[in-house]
Ligand binder design. Structure first.
Ligand SMILES: Cc1ncc(COP(=O)(O)O)c(C=O)c1O
Length: 340
């Protein structure tokens, strides 16, 4: 019998680059960025999809249905194109243009559902429909969370393992549904590093429970505009909360504004072309530096989870700070001289 080669598009083993200009401004000597945006479809979700497809394809699955803020969908669409899987992807009405284009360009069927991921009621209703449909239609339900796809999420634990180093002190992780945070903690099992969770104020699930000091994940009406981090009820939030408490890391709630500012810093001072969710870890680090939780010699890593190409609106807003100029050739020399 022919053995199927491992499902892969070259995901994982992403670069860990030192901060060159931001670290000195923050008074830090050992700050690094883990560039998950270098994965083939531009986010860490490729690790998830490669592992999930390795699990379902040998079982004969030929169709799947997924929920996504856009990155799971983009990864699934790419790998589905490569392995001949039919996929339908449910996103909300505000999914960023870059993510939508990726899914569609790879031939996925994209269904945008109003208020999905902002309203907990709508989100629960959609999940119920998908669970029913996936059983009836023999289609695999793909959701990047341990609750639904533990084998796929085990693939994300490689990210935590790649960070492991005896001197590592702090890791900052953006938190939406909580699967990513949980996978990073599990991959770092046995490491003394503190793994901090950073969630937008407009969608606090895990972080709110951590702050209150109880175990109840309360559903929220999400108002965050940070694509990828709006998950209004407990998918993996209670798992993430449990792991956060075990690890001893801190939970940070940051405003969308702080996230966009962190994105600008990464664009302008580090040359890192990230989507807003990918700058959320840095927004948390900025808080930690202010509160003195990170010391100058602490080895610190911020995860940069997704690519700037995915969210052109946020990049356009950052670019507007540096407008271009349209000139006649005769005006060029004056313009060059006046800007120097
Ligand atoms: C770029 C990016 N970063 C972080 C996350 C958060 O992952 P999780 O929902 O597992 O907490 C997501 C989820 O979609 C994402 O797309």
């Amino acid at each position: 019998m022919a053995v199927m080669p491992a499902v892969s598009l070259g995901e994982g083993n992403t670069p860990l680059v030192p901060s060159l200009r931001l670290a000195p401004r923050l008074g830090l000597r050992r700050l690094f960025f883990k560039l998950e945006l270098c994965n083939p479809s531009g986010s860490y979700k490729d690790r998830f999809i490669a592992a999930q497809l390795s699990h379902i394809l040998p079982a004969g699955v030929r169709a799947c249905v997924a929920t996504s803020s856009g990155n799971t969908g983009a990864a699934l669409a790419a790998y589905s194109a490569r392995y001949g899987l039919a996929c339908s992807i449910i996103v909300n009405q505000n999914a960023p243009a870059g993510k939508l284009a990726q899914m569609q360009a790879h031939g996925a069927r994209v269904l945008r559902v109003r208020d999905f991921t902002s309203s907990p009621d709508v989100t629960l209703q959609v999940f119920a429909i998908l669970e029913r449909f996936s059983q009836q239609a023999n289609a695999s339900l793909v959701v990047s969370a341990y609750r639904y796809c533990p084998q796929g999420m085990a693939g994300v634990e490689s990210l935590g393992r790649e960070l492991n180093h005896p001197d590592l002190r702090h890791v900052f992780v953006p938190l939406g549904g909580g699967g990513l945070y949980s996978a990073v903690c599990r991959g770092l099992h046995g490491s003394p590093a503190l793994v901090h969770a950073v969630q937008p104020e407009g969608c606090l699930t895990t972080v709110a429970a951590w702050t209150r000091g109880d175990d109840e994940i309360r559903p929220v009406e999400s108002t965050t505009t940070i694509s990828g981090l709006a998950v209004p009820f407990d998918i993996d939030a209670s798992l993430a909360l449990r792991l956060l408490r075990q690890n001893g890391g801190t939970a940070y709630a940051v405003s969308d504004q702080e996230v966009y500012q962190a994105q600008q810093l990464m664009l302008e001072l580090e040359g890192i072309y990230t989507e807003p969710a990918g700058a959320t870890a840095l927004a948390g680090l900025l808080r930690a530096v202010q509160s003195g939780q990170v010391q100058p010699d602490d080895d610190t890593i911020c995860l940069v989870t997704g690519h700037g190409f995915k969210d052109p609106a946020s990049i356009t807003a950052a670019a507007a700070r540096h407008p271009d100029t349209l000139l006649l050739p005769s005006e060029l020399l004056d313009a060059l001289q006046s800007s120097s």
